[in-house]
Design a protein around this ligand. Structure first.
Ligand code: RTP
Ligand code: MG
Length: 156
């Protein structure tokens, strides 16, 4: 029989300020590990306005953007790289719909149903595509340079 090596995928997860201040970090971490993800990197940061504006730049024209910036800068967040086969879609499925109130109706077992408040304060983030995941991971984490290559700044 043929055997296939299924490439593991990485996604960016964030426990937002309401998730951290509401002490949901350990429950969320348990759900992540019980669901077969490996937490490859993690960091706790208090994001500044400029970082949030750049991270959520795709929403810059939306009416909720100022409130999103205020929300995401309101306290520390836990940022994680999750690794697993099908990590991007599987993490989005675990967190549930954007609107936590709807999530409680339609996806009662989802993370947002557990710890989110509404469509704006929804306690967790997940990358929505391969392209977003790559951009968001490199937004917060620098990759170690592969063995034998020289970092660009060494050429200066
Ligand atoms: P996220 O990017 O944080 O994982 O959330 P998402 O994909 O489910 O939703 P997205 O459309 O990307 O929105 C980003 C965040 O902006 C806030 N939001 N408010 N008032 C509103 O209609 C509204 N829509 C979105 C939420 O905090 C949402 O997670
Ligand atoms: Mg999004």
């Amino acid at each position: 029989a043929n055997v296939y090596l299924v490439e593991k995928e990485r996604t960016l997860a964030i426990v937002k300020p309401d998730g951290v201040s509401g002490n949901y970090t350990s429950s969320i971490r348990k759900i992540i590990l019980d669901s077969g993800f490996n937490i490859q990197r993690e960091v706790t940061l208090h994001l500044d306005e400029d970082s949030v504006r750049r991270f959520y730049a795709e929403h810059s024209t939306k009416s909720f953007y100022p409130r999103l910036v205020k929300y995401m800068t309101s306290g520390p967040v836990l940022i994680m790289i999750l690794q697993k086969v099908n990590a991007i879609a599987d993490w989005r499925a675990l967190i549930g719909p954007t609107d936590a109130q709807k999530a409680r109706m339609t996806h009662p077992d989802s993370i947002r149903a557990m710890c989110g408040e509404d469509i704006e304060q929804n306690c967790v983030h997940g990358s929505d595509s391969v392209e977003s995941a790559a951009r968001e991971i490199s937004f917060f984490f620098t990759e170690p340079s592969p063995e034998g290559t020289t970092p660009e700044h060494d050429e200066l």
